[in-house]
Each structure stands twice: as C-alpha cells, then as structure tokens.
Design a protein around this ligand. Structure first.
Ligand code: AMP
Ligand code: MN
Ligand code: MN
Ligand code: MN
Length: 275
C-alpha cells in the first residue's frame, strides 16, 4: 500500500498549497496522505476537503517541534482533531517561540553583515511563523549561499551567526497535546538527529515512557541499513511503524511526494490505527 504520512505545504516551509499536495498524492497513487506542517494545522481543512472530492484517504497531521533534554526533536501527530483546544493552544506557544527565534536569527545574521534578514525571510513566507528554511531560501536567493546544506552549515547550526537555541515545548507536553487531540505521536526521522545508536535508543525508550506511539521507519533519506535500525528500535519499544517522504517541494530537490519505498508493515502499520 502506498502511503505518505509526512509532507509540508506553504503553511510551514513547503512550497505548494494543501490542494496541490493532495493532487500530487493522487497522481502518485497514494492511498493515504497526511499533511504535517511544522507547528501548524492551518492547511488541514483545505487538504481534507479536497481529498474527499478526489477520494483520497486523508489523515489530519502536524509536525510538532519539541525538546528532549537539550535536544530539539520533531514529533508528528497523526489522526488529530484540529479543533481540539489543548493542541491549538500548545501550537500557539511553539509559534511564539518561533517568531522570537526568527528575530534573534535576524540579529545574528546582521552581525554577519546580512541586513534586514527578518523582513526578507518574511517576504517569502506565506505565514508570519517563519522557519529556518525561509532564512535559508532567502540566503540562496540573495546568492549568499548556493544550496540548503551550505546555508545550514555556514549560518544556522552550531556556533554560527544565525544559530539560535529555542525552548520548544517538552516532549512530554507535545505527546500529551497530540493524545488529547485524539491522535498518535510518532517520532519523525529518528536517524537525522546525529545521535549515536546508544543515545538514540535511550531517547526512544524515554519517549515511550512518555506515551510515544510510533516512529518513522522510512523517509526519503532512508538507506536499507537505516530502515533496519529504525525497525529494531521500534520493536524493542513496541512502537508502530510510520512512513513519509518529508516532501517540501523546494526546487532542486530530488524528493517526490509518495516517493518513499513501499513496505508491507502488516499489523504494525500506523494505518491500522488511523483508518
Ligand atoms: P525549523 O522548524 O524552523 O527549525 O526548521 C526546520 C527545518 O529546516 C527542517 O524541517 C528542514 O526542513 C530544514 N532543515 C534543518 N536542517 C537542515 C539541513 N541541514 N539541511 C537542509 N534543511 C534543513
Ligand atoms: Mn521543514
Ligand atoms: Mn522534521
Ligand atoms: Mn518535516
């Protein structure tokens, strides 16, 4: 079964509208799609309505920024009720941090000789909740960097001028918001946190005690080896399997919506809990 349970629209750092995301999923012959914008549920009603028209299985989703100790992680909520108050209030809090951080990033970039970064990044974002990706796109447009990975290396991570720590909500809070909204909590892209295997196992184990329901086994970057490791960690913690491309629709990207390899996850698939 073809599914894509991790995608972004222009309501966070993607390029396409929710409608266009739905069209892509239909063209890619997905049976189920979830739209999972960063800390945002703004695109869900459009995507959900349009999916109904096109007979596509749509799952309300969100990718929530969270902290575990001092590490930033992403927890995807699937099957959430977007009207639920606790979740909505929680996302509001994260988005306030997001705006504060964007201003600090801009100050950092100013020190590095880049003027009006906040204004310029805002100009290419549909919403006021700008992400680091918008700064990255802006620096590419201004020809200061040539691609995403060089922006993050030169400006947005470690001790670089636009690197700003954020106190996102704790993982415990985020998992609770998702559960309160009737959803299941999935650890996004477990192998992208640059952790040793021992540390990653500890993280997942701790998240499980906080109520984590599943982890992403396959995304666009997964190699065969990564899938094996993710499955092993999921099984050790009795977690469900999810899968999604993390499609953003940026130019020069090889990632395709619905482009993750198909696997039969059987009874461990999150889909069994969602439909
Ligand atoms: P934010 O939620 O504002 O912290 O932005 C996080 C987003 O930035 C991620 O979802 C990715 O889309 C993008 N991102 C983070 N690190 C990198 C990287 N090293 N290269 C390219 N994109 C990245
Ligand atoms: Mn993103
Ligand atoms: Mn993510
Ligand atoms: Mn994502």
């Amino acid at each position: 079964m073809k599914i894509d349970l991790h995608t972004h629209s222009y309501y966070s750092d993607g390029v396409l509208s929710p409608k266009e995301i739905v069209e892509k999923a239909v063209n890619a012959k997905c049976e189920f799609l979830s739209l999972t914008d960063h800390d945002s549920i703004a695109g869900l009603s459009e995507a959900s309505k349009y999916s109904k028209c096109l007979n596509l299985g749509f799952i309300n989703g969100v990718e929530v920024s969270a902290k575990f100790n001092s590490q930033s992680i992403h927890i995807v909520g699937l099957g959430i009720n977007p009207e639920e108050r606790t979740l909505k209030e929680g996302l509001k809090k994260n988005n306030k941090y997001r705006i504060d951080r964007a201003k600090k990033i801009s100050e950092g970039l100013f020190e590095a000789g880049i003027e009006r970064a906040y204004e310029k990044a805002s100009a290419i974002s549909k919403t006021k909740y700008i992400t680091r990706t918008h700064f990255a796109q802006m620096l590419i447009q201004e020809k200061i960097c040539s691609n995403m990975s060089s922006v993050f290396k030169r400006y947005m991570t470690g001790k670089k001028p636009g690197s700003v720590k954020v106190e996102w909500a704790s993982s415990e809070e985020v998992i609770n918001w998702i559960h309160k909204a009737g959803g299941i909590a999935i650890l996004a892209h477990p192998l992208r946190y640059k952790m040793t295997l021992t540390k990653l196992k500890k993280l997942v184990n701790s998240l499980k005690t906080l109520g984590l329901d599943g982890i992403e086994i396959v995304n666009s970057f997964s190699r065969f080896e990564d899938i094996k490791i993710a499955k092993l960690i999921a099984d050790e913690n009795e977690l469900l399997y999810s899968s999604g491309s993390d499609y953003h629709g940026w130019p020069n990207q090889t990632i395709q919506l619905g482009g993750v390899p198909e696997y039969d996850f059987g009874r461990k698939s999150v889909i069994n809990y969602l439909r």
